[in-house]
Design a protein around this ligand. Structure first.
Ligand SMILES: Cc1cc2nc3c(=O)[nH]c(=O)nc-3n(C[C@H](O)[C@H](O)[C@H](O)COP(=O)(O)O)c2cc1C
Length: 153
């Protein structure tokens, strides 16, 4: 299945690690939104959108991009986020936004990522070493599951 993952990963490359693990599993094309502002997503049956969490939300660049993005009706998508402190599901708002546009969400993945923002930097950061091997194994399993679901629809 032709799959794309569009991502923003600017703090420590945490989200990129997750996206690469998923991408390998899915044979997906990866698009770094900071390098390519408007990737051509036509023809992709399944699209992932992934971002680090910045102030409780996907990165501004990803938010701006998604607000303008028009999706084919029923476009299958999934979401992924990495965050310093996983005390809430940070993908919910984005899911709602894309579902309101007619997209069909197959699932969301979230794990912690090394975070040195603000005061955390002074103590050497939090979530050191994350995403770790276990996180990436979970990301791969998630990707396999999403692909199986997408192929069954
Ligand atoms: C400016 C800034 C704001 C952040 N805000 C949050 C936040 O609200 N909640 C959270 O859990 N992590 C927050 N983080 C931590 C990042 O979400 C985390 O390190 C993430 O893995 C970064 O992904 P990246 O390396 O792919 O960019 C923030 C980091 C920065 C630099």
């Amino acid at each position: 299945m032709k799959t794309a993952i569009v991502y923003v990963s600017i703090h420590h490359g945490n989200t990129k690690k997750v996206v690469q693990a998923m991408g390998e599993e899915m044979g997906a094309d990866l698009f770094d939104l900071m390098a390519e502002k408007s990737p051509d997503l036509s023809g992709y049956a399944l699209i992932g959108f992934a971002s680090g969490v910045f102030f409780n939300s996907f990165h501004e660049t990803m938010k701006g991009y998604l607000e303008k993005l028009s999706l084919p009706p029923g476009q299958k998508f999934f979401l992924a986020a990495t965050c310093g402190a996983a005390y809430m599901n940070y993908t919910k708002k984005t899911r709602k936004l894309l579902e309101a546009r007619g997209g069909r969400c197959l699932g969301s993945f979230q794990c912690r990522g090394f975070d040195t923002f603000g005061p955390f930097g002074k103590i050497g950061g939090i979530a050191k070493g994350r995403p770790n091997g276990k996180d990436l194994d979970k990301a791969r399993a998630f990707a396999r599951n999403i692909l199986t679901q997408a192929e069954g629809i």
